[in-house]
Design a protein around this ligand. Structure first.
Ligand SMILES: C[S@@+](CC[C@H](N)C(=O)[O-])C[C@H]1O[C@@H](n2cnc3c(N)ncnc32)[C@H](O)[C@@H]1O
Length: 511
């Protein structure tokens, strides 16, 4: 009772009348304009921060103040600035920067990657981007021919001013490890000896900009890393999911998203590999083409299955011979990438289309076959049966590859195609390989795609390795050894046929 009375007294003592309607106006405004969701618990905090604005502007009630916010752009900015929470510090969640220095940088160096792009989204007063930049400086990435840039953005213009200045009290910099402090900061002299300033070489790597995460993002991808930490926590669930989807789009393949310790990526989990400790690696497009037993071949359901977790350790590995990372895909998968890496697969009667856009150096590979029930099905099918389940599945596998590439910036008329597979490896009578070949040749012709090479047919399985940036492909016929490829394909065929049988006949326009 006493506590309630005490609260009532505080409310009464407020300098300005602050009604439930006023609070609702602020909640709606912030949600609409910034994505920030203010719960009832924030009522006193909101009042306290805005009361200062009322005093500053000489306005004595909230409705009049809101009218000013609506009509005066400067006050609108000050209003939003007042309600953002800007708590930050150097080396906050230190394991993120350890991962950057100890795992990401060595990988980039191994790949001879010189162009690095990182975004600190919601950078507050600059501690986060300066931590990133000084870590990179300590690894030698701000010199020596690297093109390393960090974009640091925030909604709040006041914190950006502090960030741009790059001067911090000695207390704030105590958490910076000694070796990194040396690379990133200069101690003030005389009266300024309690201050540290960021070194110009580190400062130059960063571009600060005002940007509302819920609005349009003018900058281009692909990015190697995005730090968006302790920002989404203020947003509603739907907004968080939208944001993570947009981050996923902006990251290059294999790019890393860092989020705050009390944040999660929710349903977007199937598009990232969880590296632990709130670090997520983008899976650009290792996409299962509909092979989950509880799903039918129905196209819209297949689409929901996108984003299979390619075990980075198991199926993405460094190939010492080619001196590049190599990703192995399996039957029913699609992989698209703009990284300097190779894609490989083993083919029996299945087809792999290797497609690339030479202009933007993006490419991908799929691995599929048409699902036929039995020998009669196979014998009776021809490419004019484009409405059949078999053709629908083939179309899907091709469209998934091509549309994923288009989403990443490829242009259809620029695409180049190489085709592989279609061997007679499932027994001489089961001429699935031949039907697969008929399908893919017909598809490429009908779609007006530019075919620049093929290695189709024959009675041997083959291993294909494809360089998605240059379009180069290597084929090895597996004359003496067909075991693994054949087993994988037989399993895949069995699953596909089961799926096809279960198809409930629903049809969906996909593309
Ligand atoms: C708590 S700070 C986090 C700073 C830093 N990322 C860290 O983890 O130390 C949150 C920052 O997000 C910014 N922010 C909030 N809503 C935003 C929005 N819609 N667009 C851009 N930045 C926003 C705030 O201004 C604030 O500076």
């Amino acid at each position: 009772m006493d506590a309630i009375k005490a609260l009532g007294q505080i409310e009464e003592q407020r300098e300005f009348n602050f009604s439930a309607q006023d609070f609702k106006y602020i909640q709606d405004f912030m949600l609409r304009e910034t994505g920030i969701s203010l719960s009832e618990r924030k009522n006193s905090m909101v009042y306290g921060r805005l009361a200062r604005r009322l005093r500053r502007t000489g306005i004595d009630n909230f409705p009049d103040y809101f009218a000013r916010v609506e009509s005066d752009i400067d006050e609108r900015v000050a209003f939003i600035n007042a309600l953002t929470t800007n708590k930050t510090q150097f080396f906050r969640e230190k394991h993120h920067f350890d991962y950057l220095a100890q795992t990401m940088v060595p990988q980039w160096q191994q790949q001879n990657k010189k162009r690095i792009r990182i975004w600190s989204a919601g950078c507050s007063t600059g501690e986060e981007p300066y931590t990133i930049a000084s870590t990179l400086a300590s690894c030698g990435l701000l010199s020596g021919g690297y093109d390393c840039k960090i974009l640091a953005t925030d909604l709040d213009t006041q914190v950006l001013e502090v960030a741009q200045n790059g001067t911090y009290g000695i207390e704030a910099t105590k958490v910076i490890p000694e070796n990194i402090l040396r690379y990133g900061f200069i101690r003030g002299k005389g009266q300024k000896q309690e201050l540290l300033k960021v070194k110009p070489s580190v400062r130059q790597a960063i571009t600060f900009k005002q940007l509302n995460l819920t609005a349009h993002w003018p900058h281009k991808g692909p990015l190697d890393a995005i730090f968006c930490r302790n920002v989404m926590i203020y947003f509603e669930k739907d907004m968080q999911q939208q944001l993570i989807y947009r981050f996923w789009e902006k990251l290059g393949s294999g790019g890393i998203l860092f989020i705050g310790h009390s944040e999660s990526i929710g349903q977007m989990g199937n598009r990232f590999e969880n590296l632990g400790q709130t670090m997520f690696r983008k899976l650009i497009a290792c996409i299962h083409s509909g092979l989950k037993s509880e799903q039918s071949l129905c196209m819209h359901k297949i689409l929901e299955l996108t984003g299979c977790p390619i075990g980075a350790g198991a199926r993405r590995f460094f190939h010492p011979g080619k001196q590049m990372m190599m990703v192995k895909i399996q039957p029913g998968e699609v992989y698209v990438t703009s990284e300097r890496e190779l894609i490989s697969t083993g083919l029996g009667s299945c087809i792999s289309a290797c497609v690339w856009d030479p202009f933007i150096e993006l490419g991908g590979m799929n691995h599929f076959m048409l699902p036929f029930g039995d020998a009669d099905d196979i014998a009776g099918w021809d490419p004019t049966q484009w409405r059949s389940n078999a053709a629908r599945y083939g179309n899907y596998a091709m469209e998934l590859l091509i549309n994923t590439m288009i989403q990443q910036g490829a242009i259809k008329s620029r695409l180049r195609v190489k085709l592989f597979g279609g061997g007679m490896v499932m027994g001489k009578h089961a001429n699935i390989g031949e039907k697969n070949i008929q399908f893919i040749r017909n598809y490429v012709k009908d779609e007006g795609l530019t075919l620049v090479g093929e290695d189709l047919g024959s009675e041997f399985p083959r291993k294909v390795v494809f360089d998605p940036m240059t379009g180069k492909a290597w084929v090895k016929k597996l004359r003496g050894y067909r075991g693994e490829v054949e087993v994988e394909e037989r399993n895949y065929k069995r699953r596909l046929v089961n799926e096809a049988k279960r198809d409930d006949g629903e049809s969906a326009e996909l593309f």
